[in-house]
Ligand binder design. Sequence first.
Ligand code: PMP
Ligand code: GLN
Length: 381
Amino acid sequence: LNSMLSGLPTTIFTVMSALAARHDAINLGQGFPDTEGPADLIEAAAAALRDGRNQYPPLTGVPELREAVARSNARFYGLAIDPASEVIVTSGATEALASSLMALLDPGDEIVVLEPLYDTYVPMIRALGAIPRPVRLTPPDWSLPRAELEAAFGPRTKAILLNSPMNPTGKVFTSDERALIAELVARHDVYAICDEVYEHLTFGACHVPLMTLPDMRARCVRIGSAGKSFSLTGWKVGYITAPAPIAGCIAKAHQLLTFTTPPNLQRAVAMGLDKDTDYFATLASDMRAKRDLLSNGLRGVGFDVLPCDGSYFVVADIRPTGFAGDDMAFCRAMTEHCRVTAIPVSAFYSTGDAPNHLVRFAFCKREEVLTEAVARLRAGL
Ligand code: PMP
Ligand code: GLN
């Protein structure tokens, strides 16, 4: 067996969802909406299946979706993207990340990552024989330590992996932080893989892709996900925007990993990306109301709640509750006694000495579910 994979624990999302199910708990752990995505997209996907579009689509994605991705880049970010050579459709952002890392990294290359981080990054990097160089953000505002970031770049650095809006912190990187990252990427002549799956879920300033900064167009790989933009996380349709030479190499990785993505879902997602700007504004404002509902509720039952400017997630400090134990013990106890489940933030660190007083709550749930969760916490904490 592969030594890295055989030693890898089952993802914390599966562990906590199983625990939630066992205790009939409200699952504010794994990040998925508890409502359906847009009915017209679901209808379009079903109609495409019935139309007999069920054989292999083109390797880089159906033209309708690649064109829609290019239009979306132009509409939201003013980026001019060639749909034929600069867009690749993948089976979720997860495959987009794997294909991008595979295309950019050789064994022994270093890649800078910012902690806490999404749990697939580090194992994927290690599986390629490359070396993650973690830089820790500083809570409660998750600021980027400048000197440590600069020190993480060296002669073996090939890329940085940037996730904004960020899972699990809800952080949206500031323009100064973006400028610093861009400056380091240019100075060290490296690439940036930008995981932007929550691009349409920001609650203050709009999302700004690193790719739009000076000198960044040729160095950035931008990753989006229909799962997040259309509340259809099970569909696993992702899309990559990258300059043609990089996209060509990513297409080779995609060819090895999955080769294609279901064509009916691709056609429906193309329709989604062309939705009017109101759809995207409402997606964000509905999610913002859920963030406020849960954050206020958590504050009301005694947590310190950290700032959250985007994504599905808010982080809470458990210390004011007086619990004697770490974040994992807290999440287990909260599931058993309050029947509400969250995720320990220590699971998002690559080394053992992570902060262990923070837990992540997903607020992408119906209002009545969030209200009931807060009521259970009030009664049980
Ligand atoms: N990146 C981040 C930051 C995520 O939170 C997720 C969660 N789903 C993914 C990537 C994977 O997205 P997908 O479901 O499209 O594979
Ligand atoms: N991205 C989701 C989260 O962070 C979960 C995805 C998964 O279960 N792999 O909760």
